[in-house]
Every structure is written in structure tokens, then in C-alpha cells.
Ligand binder design. Structure first.
Ligand code: CP3
Length: 354
């Protein structure tokens, strides 16, 4: 018998981590915890290393990405790292003129609104994002047994930024295209699905051991419109990465009525916001999928005892689930006290130790 190399030993340890075991609906030593936006503005060490570096530029510097991604793992002892980037990075990488404006979000110089505009959405190749391959490699070398989650924006959410030209509350132009020119819409989200699928593949090939597809704004859609106009493109993304066998997480905000189809799109784990209790979410999603969530991120502004009571009700609602990854119902808010997050990780681990 050959002894496993150090690298193989680490791969086995990653594969056996509480996070990946929960995603696969296997038993775990404790409920794994990570937080959407765990790397970011809530951490003073993040603000320090980002000083003077624009957001999109920071995503293209592998050493900086590595440092920022590791910060919450060191500080909070979360069970997974999430690759530091933004959902618009692959769009920037194929040459779209866009920027992330502080306090606003992604802004697109020339919005995508006509068939001619689609020509700007060319396919993405690994050569477009060498910094991603490099940063993921640096990260997996340092993370040891802690899994790295890769991520991307889902076609609907990306389309909303491209069509509106920036953040929106109503998605009026997006929906106008969806209802008014379904053929153009379908071509647009089809191209975005290919770009997103390719971007996730780069992360997996470089060593990411799970992926999360963020359809953050899909909650703006009715179930009927979601199934008809959005689910096929998201399903295409999941199908692209299916051969790798890594867990696929699917998350959106306000998607209580969409949890069933979001699972059916091809997710192994469905992310749930705080509006639907996890036991009810499990009924909506059905058997064969794990759930991730779902503490309201604003609960962290309350005193510890209240945070613990609310976290306990998440755990209670999750008691009968096939697999549970503890998370917030959306990202960590920038003014969150980081110590409250560290205490929450300790609490969930202590309460679920088996
Ligand atoms: O803490 C931070 O937020 C710092 C860095 C930052 C990111 N994106 C990292 C990111 C900043 C300033 C942005 C800009 C941005 N992009 C915003 C915020 C605007 C603001 O200033 O408040 C938004 C809304 C976007 C678009 C976007 N990016 C969406 C819709 C998503 C999906 C997740 C979600 O929040 O719904 C992202 C992903 C994203 N951007 C991540 C990170 C670290 C995701 C990975 C993770 O969960 O850690």
C-alpha cells in the first residue's frame, strides 16, 4: 500500500469536513457555520488591507484575495471560507465597462437592452481570469481541512444589473424585456448562464470544494415567471458543474415561494432567508436536499442573550432536516460587531456537538 501524500491527506480531510458532510446530508460532528459576506466590511482587518484599493481591483490581486478570504476563518473559526470576489467580476473579465461604486454597488456604463448589445457578452475562458486560478490555488494551500466555497451570480440577478445599469428595487426594465421580448431575454440569460458556468468551473478546477449560485434578487419574481423565464438558465449553470460532483448551493432573498423550483434547478443545498422557518422550508424543498440558513442578519445587533435565543430557534427548526448548514438569511451587514459573529459560531458549535 502506498501511503497517501500530504496533499491527498488534506483532500480527504476537506472532504470529511462538517460543512461538506452536511451538504451531502451525512451526519456531522457539529452543525457547520459560515456567513455570507463573512469577508468584508464588518472586519477592521479587512478595511485596513482594502485602504486605497478599489473593490474590483482588489478582486484581481491574488495575494489580497487570499488574505481577505482567510480573515474571517482565522477570526471566527467558521467551517468554510468563501472566495472573496463579486458577482460582476466575470462580466468585467469579458470586457464589459462596469464599476463598483462605493455605497451604491455595481454600475454598468452601457446597459444591455437590445439584440446588438448581446454581442458584448462573449464567452468566458480561464485565460480571462488567471487571478482567480492563482488565488484559489494560494487559498487551498493555506486552508488545510477548511473547504473553500466558490461562487457566482445567477443569470437573473446578473441580467438585472446589466439591463437596469445598476441596482434597482423594481426591476422594471428587466421585467419589460422578460415579458416584452422573451426571445431576447432567453438569449441574454443563456449567455449569462454560459459565462457563470465557465466561471464556476474555473474555481472548481483550481480547488474550490463547493459552489454557491447567488440569485439574490430572484425573490422579485412570481413562481410562474421564475419557472418559465429564469429556472432554465440557472439549471444550465448547475448542469455545467454537475460532473465535478461538488455540492451546489442556490440562494436568493425573499424566495420563500421559489424554494421548490430553486432546488429543482439542480441544487444540492437550498439557501433560505429568515422569512421562512427551516422546517417549513424543508417541506417546500422536499426530500433529497440540504438547507442553509437562516438567522436574520439584523438579530446580531441585539444583546447576546437575544442572539442566542434566535439562533436556538433556527437550530430547533432545523432539528429534523437531512442536512443543515447554519448561515444568516442574507449577508453580514457592514456595521455588525465582529465579536457577535465569533460568539455565534461558538454557540452553534457548542449547542450541536454530537
Ligand atoms: O463587505 C463587503 O461587502 C465588501 C466588499 C464588496 C463586495 N461587493 C464583496 C462581495 C462591495 C462593496 C460590493 C459591492 C456590491 N456588489 C454590492 C454592495 C453595495 C454596497 O455598497 O452596499 C452589491 C449589492 C453587489 C452585487 C452583489 N455582489 C450581489 C447581489 C451579490 C450576491 C450576494 C448578496 O449579497 O446578495 C454579491 C456577492 C458579493 N460581493 C460577495 C462579496 C464578498 C459574496 C460572497 C460572500 O457571501 O461573501
Amino acid at each position: 500500500e502506498r501511503r497517501p501524500s500530504g496533499q491527498q491527506t488534506t483532500q480527504t480531510a476537506v472532504s470529511d469536513s462538517a460543512f461538506l458532510r452536511a451538504c451531502r446530508r451525512e451526519d456531522t460532528p457539529h452543525t457547520p457555520v459560515w456567513f455570507m459576506r463573512q469577508a468584508g466590511r464588518s472586519l477592521p482587518e479587512y478595511l485596513k488591507v482594502r485602504e486605497g484599493v478599489p473593490m474590483l481591483e482588489s478582486c484581481m490581486r491574488p495575494e489580497l484575495v487570499k488574505e481577505i478570504t482567510l480573515q474571517p476563518v482565522r477570526r471566527h473559526k467558521v467551517d468554510a471560507a468563501i472566495y472573496f470576489s463579486d458577482i460582476v467580476v466575470p462580466l468585467k473579465a469579458i470586457g464589459l465597462d462596469l464599476d463598483i461604486k462605493p455605497g451604491v454597488g455595481p454600475v454598468v456604463a452601457e446597459p444591455v437592452r437590445t439584440r446588438a448589445d448581446l454581442d458584448r457578452l462573449r464567452p468566458l475562458t480561464p485565460d480571462d481570469v488567471p487571478y482567480v486560478t492563482e488565488a484559489v490555488g494560494l487559498l487551498t494551500a493555506e486552508l488545510g481541512a477548511t473547504p473553500l466555497i466558490g461562487f457566482a451570480g445567477a443569470p437573473f440577478t446578473l441580467a438585472s444589473y446589466l439591463i437596469e445599469g445598476g441596482p434597482s428595487r423594481t426591476y422594471e426594465r428587466t421585467k419589460a424585456m422578460m415579458y416584452g421580448d422573451p426571445a431576447l431575454w432567453s438569449d441574454l440569460v443563456g449567455r449569462l448562464a454560459a459565462i457563470t458556468g465557465a466561471f464556476l468551473r474555473v474555481q472548481i478546477e483550481a480547488g474550490a470544494s463547493a459552489v454557491q449560485l447567488f440569485d439574490s434578487w430572484a425573490g422579485a419574481l412570481s413562481p410562474e415567471d421564475y419557472r418559465r423565464h429564469v429556472m432554465p438558465a440557472s439549471a444550465k449553470v448547475f448542469a455545467e458543474v454537475a460532473p465535478y460532483g461538488v455540492p451546489r448551493i442556490h440562494f436568493g432573498v425573499g424566495t420563500g415561494e421559489l424554494l421548490g423550483p430553486m432546488g429543482e434547478a439542480g441544487a444540492d443545498v437550498v439557501g433560505v432567508d429568515w422569512r421562512v422557518p427551516l422546517d417549513e422550508a424543508a417541506r417546500r424543498v422536499g426530500p433529497g436536499r440540504a438547507l442553509q440558513g437562516n438567522l436574520d442578519p439584523t438579530v446580531l445587533f441585539a444583546p447576546s442573550a437575544a442572539v442566542e435565543a434566535k439562533a436556538q430557534s433556527v437550530l430547533d427548526a432545523a432539528a429534523g432536516l437531512e442536512g443543515h448548514v447554519f448561515n444568516l438569511g442574507h449577508g453580514v451587514l457592514p456595521t455588525t460587531d465582529p465579536d457577535a459573529l465569533t460568539r455565534l459560531v461558538e454557540f452553534v458549535h457548542a449547542r450541536t456537538e454530537r
